[in-house]
Design a protein around this ligand. Structure first.
Ligand SMILES: NC(=O)c1ccc[n+]([C@@H]2O[C@H](COP(=O)([O-])OP(=O)(O)OC[C@H]3O[C@@H](n4cnc5c(N)ncnc54)[C@H](O)[C@@H]3O)[C@@H](O)[C@H]2O)c1
Length: 315
């Protein structure tokens, strides 16, 4: 069986998990890792028996590397992803993909020109309960869709110092709403601010409105002392509640509460397996670069809405 040669750029808290999973998957072979911090490059490469680099340009010359995960600080994601695409590698770039829409567009154009896969790390889509919800909405198992409410709150993870809570955290739920509504909102209205964080916003309440009167509500912050990650989807006949942390899903109607059961699965493993399968089998990935760009456009519109104190129309 042909294995996909892979590498990871940025091996901090999250990139280390990418390296571990690539090592565990049958269809991937972890060739190298790169981190600008030499001590980290050395220890992670040792842990996962991969060649260490502190400069991605040198690493990308290796022809045995077919694909890379880019897991650097958010402000370095786009530059590293662009360099990898220009070196002919397929790319999974972590969210938020880029720090602005202009950079994200350049990534899309480059991937298309080079005929390479470009996917974005919207991990939530690989949680089986969310796939159940999407299918239930599509098949009207909860009646007509009315609204969805996402809550993603915790204390500020101090290692994140280069983007605010909208592009770091709320962006997951912006993508989730696009996934379950299967279309884009027409307007965004947001209240965003900072209570503790000096440089960036640390709370955001975002409302997305859809054609036909449906709405999505997103609450994100880095203020709440404990971690909550939930989604509630309201239909005309029933509601569904998903806890992303435990992966527990509940479906409630007037008569009963049902808890569909499936084995807990590591979403990152499902995500990286899917990335490898799509490249090896030349299939379109579940999440494209266009999904990343769209989520970033909505995130920027939310920031604009709050700054201007009015709803922003989306194209
Ligand atoms: N999809 C998810 O659920 C999820 C979860 C956590 C983090 N992330 C994303 O992953 C990325 C990394 O987050 P983290 O928590 O691991 O941060 P981190 O600070 O722990 O790690 C980032 C690492 O990247 C390295 N680095 C920075 N610039 C580099 C460059 N140009 N080349 C090589 N290495 C470089 C740093 O030295 C550091 O080791 C962020 O973009 C974050 O949004 C996604």
């Amino acid at each position: 069986m042909k294995k996909l040669g892979v590498a990871v750029i940025g091996t901090g808290f999250w990139g280390k998990n990418h390296a571990r999973v690539y090592k565990e998957l049958e269809r991937t072979e972890l060739m190298a890792i790169c981190d600008i911090e030499p001590g980290r490059a050395k220890s992670i490469s040792h842990q996962f028996s991969a060649k260490p680099y502190t400069n991605s340009a040198n690493m990308l010359k290796n022809k045995e590397i077919d694909a890379v995960s880019v897991c650097t600080w958010s402000t370095n994601l786009a530059n590293e992803a662009l360099r990898a695409l220009k070196a002919g590698k397929h790319v999974l770039v972590e969210k938020p993909m880029a720090t602005n829409v202009k950079q994200a567009k350049e990534l899309l154009e480059t991937a298309e020109k080079e005929g390479l896969h470009l996917t974005v790390g919207f991990l939530m889509r690989f949680i089986p309960g969310l796939q159940y919800i999407r299918e239930a909405v599509e098949n009207k198992k909860i009646g007509g869709l009315v609204c969805a409410t996402a809550k993603r709150v915790s204390q500020w993870p101090e290692r994140i110092g280069d983007v605010g809570v909208v592009k770091d955290t709320a962006i997951h739920d912006i993508d989730v709403m696009r996934y379950i509504f299967k279309k884009d909102p027409i307007t965004v209205y947001a209240k965003i601010g900072s209570m503790r964080h000096r440089k960036f916003e640390d709370y955001a309440q975002i409302m997305l409105s859809y054609k036909g009167g449906k709405s999505a509500f997103i609450e994100s912050n880095w203020l709440t002392p404990y971690k909550t990650r939930t989604l509630i989807v309201t239909g005309s006949e029933a509601i569904m509640k998903l806890d992303y942390i435990t992966q527990e899903l509940m479906v409630e109607d007037a008569k009963e509460t049902v808890q569909p059961r499936y084995a807990w699965q590591e979403p990152l493993k499902l995500e990286l397996q899917h990335f490898a399968d799509c490249i090896l089998e030349k299939k379109k990935p579940l999440i494209t670069g266009a999904d990343g760009l769209k989520a970033l456009q909505i995130a920027e519109a939310a920031l604009r809405s709050s700054a201007k104190n009015r709803a922003i129309k989306l194209e």
